[in-house]
Ligand binder design. Structure first.
Ligand SMILES: Cc1cc2nc3c(=O)[nH]c(=O)nc-3n(C[C@H](O)[C@H](O)[C@H](O)COP(=O)(O)OP(=O)(O)OC[C@H]3O[C@@H](n4cnc5c(N)ncnc54)[C@H](O)[C@@H]3O)c2cc1C
Length: 428
């Protein structure tokens, strides 16, 4: 049971209203819960204020419900390559609480992690809910108090210190405050950008949020037709006004609005900047390890073995699994009822060309509602990264998605929450 003031007798509830807590944490998401545990383990009196009816609503949907909790790259230099320009700010906090510490932390809570493809780490049960449950249990064990349904509406300052937080029910005081209200992705989970507004009002510089690790919207009907199909070895090349910009190889997931999957999510930030510069298209190479000549030979062989079948019937043998219907659509101008022995050389070359260069027309990035990571947040140079302390208010600590750190998908968002949450909790 998460504890709320509603469960307390009236006199106790009002006593808590007047109490000066050691630490008040605003926001009970991944980083807020971590901060709560680390402060509470040190014997501090901790109050977490969470506006939802339960903590960790976003944590519960991470990794499609499996929770990609971190990435098992133990070389900190290599690990930090996934945070773009922000990496230079992160050596210091990661030397205090890094990937190995995350493994030990969850193992200590009785939830060992397993490592899967691309070193992505998950709880061994592959359930995000279990991550939430072990953290909630630890908060209870250490005596942290959680007040649910409690929205912070203002943070009060005086003489370079935070003196109180205002909720709809009243004003609460602490020696230190940890702001852990998250960013703006999937706002239905509670992250509606309140923290950015508080920080701006307090005089911090906040880079405006833009979706960065996010699916891509495309206009092509054949893509929509493949909704739910995922192809693990594809090469996609992005073009700006017809000129090649960059290519990536990996897994692509087709959805009813466009493209998703790790490869796409990690390209989105760059695609977003291309969209601002002009017309963006992409071409997908469905057989990146086979050159045009070898692919054509393979098709000739398949045609020879199926001489009297129609092109429509043979499509499934020459296209990646599950995509024949989409190719029927793309090849629309060709007569698919033609027997393959009558397919002209010109048409055969057209098919090969399409398999190597499937055109995709990009219309947009999906918005905050579908973003995994949203860029933007408080400038790192305004934070002491050894303590996560604001350089303007020494009793204010800032964690997780509130930080202006560009990051890849694959466990890097949550690792940042574990690292910054732990450090804020220990220092608050
Ligand atoms: C669909 C999806 C899947 C993801 N999957 C992964 C993954 O597998 N691996 C990974 O590393 N990262 C993943 N991420 C990113 C990761 O979930 C976030 O980086 C992480 O949850 C951020 O934690 P946080 O503590 O900063 O904020 P949040 O988890 O957003 O928590 C903020 C909390 O603050 C509360 N709050 C907000 N305003 C107030 C207020 N005014 N008063 C009181 N409470 C308030 C909110 O209700 C919320 O509970 C995913 C994100 C999404 C959207």
């Amino acid at each position: 049971m998460e504890r709320t003031n509603k469960n307390l007798p009236m006199h106790k509830a009002s006593a808590r209203q007047n109490k000066i807590w050691d630490v008040i944490i605003i926001g009970g998401g991944a980083s807020g819960m971590m901060a709560g545990i680390s402060a509470s383990r040190l014997g501090k009196s901790v109050l977490i204020l969470e506006k939802n009816k339960s903590m960790g609503e976003k944590l519960k949907i991470t990794g499609g419900g499996r929770c990609n909790i971190t990435n098992a790259e133990y070389d900190t230099h290599k690990f930090l390559e996934n945070y773009g320009k922000s990496k230079d700010f992160l050596y210091s906090p990661f030397s205090i609480f890094g990937v190995k510490d995350t493994f030990s932390f969850f193992e200590g809570l009785g939830l060992p992690l397993v490592i899967q493809a691309r070193k992505r780490a998950f709880p061994h049960t592959e359930k995000a809910l279990d991550v939430f449950n072990v953290m909630k249990k630890e908060l209870e064990r250490t005596g942290a108090v959680v007040k649910l349904g409690s929205t912070v509406v203002n943070i009060i300052k005086e003489n370079g210190k935070i003196t109180a937080v205002k909720t709809k029910e009243g004003v609460l005081h602490a020696k230190s405050y940890i702001l852990a209200t998250g960013g703006t992705s999937h706002p239905e989970t509670g992250s509606t950008g309140d923290g950015f507004n508080f920080l701006k009002k307090l005089g911090h510089t906040v880079e405006n949020p833009t979706p960065s690790v996010v699916p891509i919207e495309v206009s092509d009907a054949w893509v929509h037709l493949l909704a739910g199909v995922s192809l693990s070895f594809m090469k996609i090349t992005f073009l700006l006004d017809g000129k090649k910009q960059f290519s990536k190889t990996g897994k692509i997931l087709f959805t009813h609005f466009g493209l998703s999957g790790p490869l796409i999510l990690n390209s989105a930030s760059y695609v977003g900047s291309l969209l601002e510069a002009g017309k963006v298209e992409a071409v997908i190479d469905a057989y990146p390890d086979t050159d045009v000549g070898a692919l054509e030979e393979r098709i000739i062989k398949t045609f020879d073995e199926n001489k009297n079948k129609t092109l429509k019937n043979v499509l499934k043998d020459i296209t990646p699994a599950g995509t024949a219907k989409a190719f029927e659509m793309v090849l629309g101008s060709m007569d698919l009822e033609t027997k393959v022995h009558s397919v002209t050389k010109e048409d055969r070359k057209k098919i090969v060309n399409l398999l190597k260069n499937l055109p995709v027309h990009i219309t947009n990035l999906m918005g905050y509602d579908r973003a995994v990571v949203v860029d933007g947040g408080v400038e790192m140079k305004e934070i002491n990264m050894k303590t996560m302390q604001s350089k303007i208010y020494d009793n204010l600590f800032i964690t997780g998605d509130l930080l202006n750190i560009n990051r890849h998908s694959g466990g890097y968002g949550l690792q940042l929450c574990w690292t910054t949450g732990y450090i804020a909790g220990v220092n608050a």
